[in-house]
Write a protein that binds this ligand. Structure first.
Ligand code: HAM
Length: 399
């Protein structure tokens, strides 16, 4: 038997309802914040991810599903959504128009990771990307929107917040950090030794317990910000405080993708990141577009599905059964009429009336319709309201 590939997550019953519910909640909140739906291709040129997510990131370094297609193009399944949205934003020349544009999207992403709890090779994200807003107010809007989505789903979370600085403050900070790493070079892990050369800030994210205990004493980006980044970060914190939004500043929060600057954040629930994002003001120009400030986030949908409970569906619709033969035309006509407004299930092969009632109830139908020989003779149908426990005989033409 052919099975699905390891780590490739399918959305199946009963989780499918949670997926749909989540998409409904997240999309409707995103629309309230001015975001509109878009869908970009799942397959893009590999170069797009190398230039955006960054070749020093784990994603590009070891997790991409890349291959040469029949036209000899080097292509990759998208490991995340931001790069494709920015590519599309530039291709549609929205960057030249210079207007504010906000997009949301959802769908599968692919990373060749070691599958474990909450970590898959094909997983699903809901993401939002906002272009053209330079002000820290958009950073706060985004954090509020993420909070609104999780509050609506009754998910408890903590917010981790950092500022990664800009081109002015990051280079001198990086130098300080490298100096710190060099004084501890004998003790840090081999990965961090490599990161020291490729992207030293990523060392702060190292999961090795020994490195983590060393980096408690590393210089902090938050105390090395330039005046503009520091002032924006202070304003964000002040407003979140005044709005009673709880967060923790985590100056070791560096994110696994290389395109971020200034605000970076993650929402954590039950020990896992359920969402992450931040500003990426340089990405549009890095991909050949006009300099455009931008900020966004993505939510890991599989992790949300694990956390939410949704109310059972209300009973509705018609379950129609008959043991009489040659009623195909009548059944299909009745079902087609009712399906304009309601859900309808046809059972042309029930064992008995009792079995029909039982199936209708189990499948969540409000009404069970049964057509026996007497009903056929009199052009009637028998209906039982399974919720109210009432029954009725009506003319077929009145159904
Ligand atoms: P990310 O932090 O790599 O950011 O992913 C966002 C979320 O996707 C994570 O917080 C997690 O919930 C989920 N996730 C990531 N990898 C996996 C996996 N292997 N299995 C299951 N869930 C996973 C991004 O992808 C950025 N594009 C977010 C962003 C948008 N930044 C700006 N705009």
């Amino acid at each position: 038997m052919i099975k699905s590939l390891r780590g490739m997550k399918e959305i199946l019953p009963p989780q499918n309802k949670k997926y749909e519910h989540f998409i409904e909640v997240a999309s409707s909140i995103a629309k309230k914040y001015g975001f509109e739906f878009i869908e970009t291709p799942i397959l893009e040129e590999t170069a797009l991810y190398i230039r955006s997510v960054g070749d020093s990131s784990d994603i590009v370094g070891k997790e991409m599903y890349s291959f040469i297609d029949k036209g000899k193009n080097d292509v990759s399944l998208r490991p995340e959504g931001t790069a494709g949205v920015v590519r599309s934003f530039i291709q549609q020349k929205y960057d030249k128009a210079g207007q504010v544009k906000r997009f949301f999207y959802y769908g599968p992403m692919f990373r060749y990771e070691r599958p474990q709890k909450g970590r898959f090779r094909q997983f699903h994200q809901f993401g939002c990307e906002s272009f053209g807003e330079d002000s820290y107010i958009e950073d706060i809007n985004i954090i509020l929107m993420m909070g609104d989505i999780f509050d609506k789903l009754n998910i408890e979370y903590t917010i981790k917040l950092n500022s990664l600085g800009c081109d002015e403050c990051t280079p001198p900070y990086r130098k300080k950090l490298v100096k710190f790493l060099d004084t501890n070079i004998e003790e840090i892990c081999d990965d961090c030794k490599t990161r020291r050369d490729t992207n030293p800030i990523r060392t702060l994210d190292c999961k090795n317990p020994n490195c983590q205990s060393l980096y408690v004493n590393a210089p902090k980006i938050t105390t090395n910000l330039c005046q503009n980044c520091d002032s924006d970060f202070e304003k964000i914190k002040k407003i979140l405080n005044s709005m009673n939004i709880k967060y923790e500043v985590d100056s070791n929060l560096v994110r696994g993708l290389d395109y971020y600057n200034k605000s970076a954040f993650e929402f954590i629930s039950e020990g896992l990141a359920i969402a992450g994002g931040g500003r990426y003001d340089k990405l549009t120009s890095m991909l050949g577009g006009k300099d455009t400030p931008a900020i966004g986030f993505a939510i890991g949908i599989e992790r949300i599905i694990e956390l939410i409970e949704i109310p059972e569906d209300k009973k509705d619709g018609y379950y129609i059964g008959t043991m009489c033969e040659d009623l195909d035309e009548l059944l299909l006509t009745l079902a087609h009429k009712k399906r304009k407004e309601n859900k309808v299930h046809l059972n042309v092969n029930p064992k008995s009336l009792k079995a029909t009632l039982k199936s209708a109830d189990k499948l969540g139908f409000k009404y069970c319709v049964f057509i026996g020989e007497d009903e056929v003779k009199d052009n009637k149908i028998w209906i039982k309201d399974l919720q109210e426990k009432t029954e009725l005989l009506i003319n077929q033409k009145d159904f």
